[in-house]
Design a protein around this ligand. Structure first.
Ligand SMILES: [Zn+2]
Length: 462
């Protein structure tokens, strides 16, 4: 935080101490937005435009892994859709991305009896030799246990069988498990899928290799299959698994972030960003993660434009590339826009699914939180007025951390998200059109008011 920011922050904190805000008594300036907010909400929720647009993306293009022709098609599609919406300055911004290719893959228990495992190789994993890796499995339930059994892992396949609790708690086994096991001589790793149990779905996701140990292949298996291996092992029988994966990394390829704007009518150099990530994993159709987030961000600008509500500042939609296995799009945006980051009023990311909206997560000062809470009071009709910690989504994080930009995340009912996350089941039928329309409405109102609010109000958050 530089001196100017500190001075502003102190002034704002003082202002808020003098007049504490409550969601049920928003400040007078917010009341001026009641009428436009009602119009924006009505427009967003009167039909299923957002859901139909997402269906077009997921049905005709489908999954969009970095480096795939499908992602290239999705980028071209987004450009043409933004132009069709009448947005300004629609363009792509080149980003080089890693190209990981899954290839054919499979795993089976070959002893004591044959069982095909429901598996998905982990993103960025190396492959196996052509004939696969065949070894006895050691079942491990956490990193402490892994270290305690360090002597018995050599030449084995390690199964990290840790039931899903929360994503941050259990995704670390997917991310770090391969290198933690390789350090003690394991030849491959299987990870119990990071998601609630159900219907034998493997969940893929990115792993991260340590630089100083051999890279070993790693795959997720369904929770049911992890439990199967565990039961047989617990009876004292040796479980032998054969894993075959063709996965490999190819040289980086060109990709792009997609950008469109509604230029501000008074202060076009000041910017509010809304966005989601256009890439997805290569399974399912990337509907929830994060096609829906992209579409509701696009909706914010389409709906304002359609109603002729041009805000004081510029609203910019950004569809980032390569969130899932590299984060290059978010870093690329920060680097390309470094000179104007100080003019970013706020950045709003939707990457939690487009289920029933609850409100916004906020990363920023108390002043930011109070301002967002005041605007969120306009979202009471949607049931989306809550303001909680959060707001530092993966694609906006590089920019908001570098320039102390207030960050917001659309928060939704999370009960279904991790059931389909990174699986073949991430398809549009899991998304309710009316709930998605409400997400679009919440994004639109928040982006509109942040980009239009009186300057004296926003001097508090930036
Ligand atoms: Zn995502």
């Amino acid at each position: 935080m530089n001196r100017r920011h500190r001075a502003v922050a102190v002034a704002i904190a003082a202002a808020f101490l003098a007049s504490p805000l409550r969601a049920d008594s928003p400040p007078a300036w917010v009341n001026d937005y009641q009428a436009p907010a009602t119009r924006l909400i009505d427009e967003a929720t009167r039909d299923h435009f957002a859901w139909n647009r997402l269906a077009l993306l997921t049905d005709t293009i489908g999954a969009r892994l970095s480096g795939s022709p499908q992602l290239d098609r999705a980028i071209a599609w987004a450009v043409s859709e933004m132009k069709r919406d009448g947005l300004e300055n629609v363009h792509t911004e080149k980003v080089m991305v890693p190209k990981w290719v899954r290839g054919n893959e499979g795993a089976e228990i070959i002893s004591p009896s044959r069982h095909t495992l429901a598996m998905l190789g982990l993103g960025d994993s190396v492959g196996t030799p052509r004939d696969g890796v065949e070894a006895a499995v050691v079942v491990i339930h956490g990193f402490e246990e892994l270290e305690a059994h360090a002597q018995s892992l050599r030449g084995r396949i390690v199964l990290l069988n840790v039931p899903f609790t929360t994503y941050p708690e259990t995704s670390r086994y997917r991310r770090a498990g391969a290198s933690r096991a390789a350090r003690h001589g394991a030849v491959a790793v299987l990870v119990r899928s990071i998601g609630p149990d159900g219907l034998r779905l493997p969940h893929t996701g990115e792993l991260s290799y340590a630089a100083d140990v051999p890279r070993i292949p790693a795959a997720a298996i369904s929770s049911e299959d992890a439990d199967l291996i565990e039961r047989i092992s617990t009876r004292g029988e040796k479980v032998v698994v054969r894993l075959k994966m063709e996965a490999h990394l190819e040289p980086d390829v060109e990709s792009a972030n997609v950008v469109g704007e509604l230029r501000g009518r008074e202060r076009p150099d000041e910017i509010v960003v809304v966005g989601g990530h256009l890439d997805s994993w290569d399974v399912g159709a990337g509907a929830t993660d994060d096609g829906g987030g992209c579409v509701v961000a696009m909706e914010a600008l389409r709906i304002m434009n359609k109603l002729g509500l041009r805000p004081r500042r510029t609203v910019r939609v950004v569809l980032w590339t390569n969130e899932e296995n590299g984060g290059r799009g978010g870093v690329g945006y920060r680097d390309r826009h470094r000179d104007e980051l100080r003019n970013h009023i706020a950045m709003i990311e939707s990457d939690n699914g487009v289920f029933r909206p609850l409100g916004f997560g906020v990363a920023g000062s108390d002043g930011v939180r109070q301002t967002v809470a005041a605007i969120a009071s306009l979202l009471v009709p949607l049931g989306a007025s809550s303001v909680t910690p959060g707001g530092d989504g993966a694609d906006i994080a590089p920019s908001i951390r570098e320039a102390h930009i207030p960050g917001l995340s659309l928060e939704v009912d999370g009960s279904k998200y991790f059931t389909v996350h990174h699986t073949q089941a991430d398809t549009i039928d899991k998304i309710d059109p009316a709930e998605m329309a409400k997400c679009a409405a919440a994004m639109t109102v928040m982006a509109y008011v942040l980009s239009d609010a009186p300057t004296n109000v926003l001097s508090g958050i930036r």
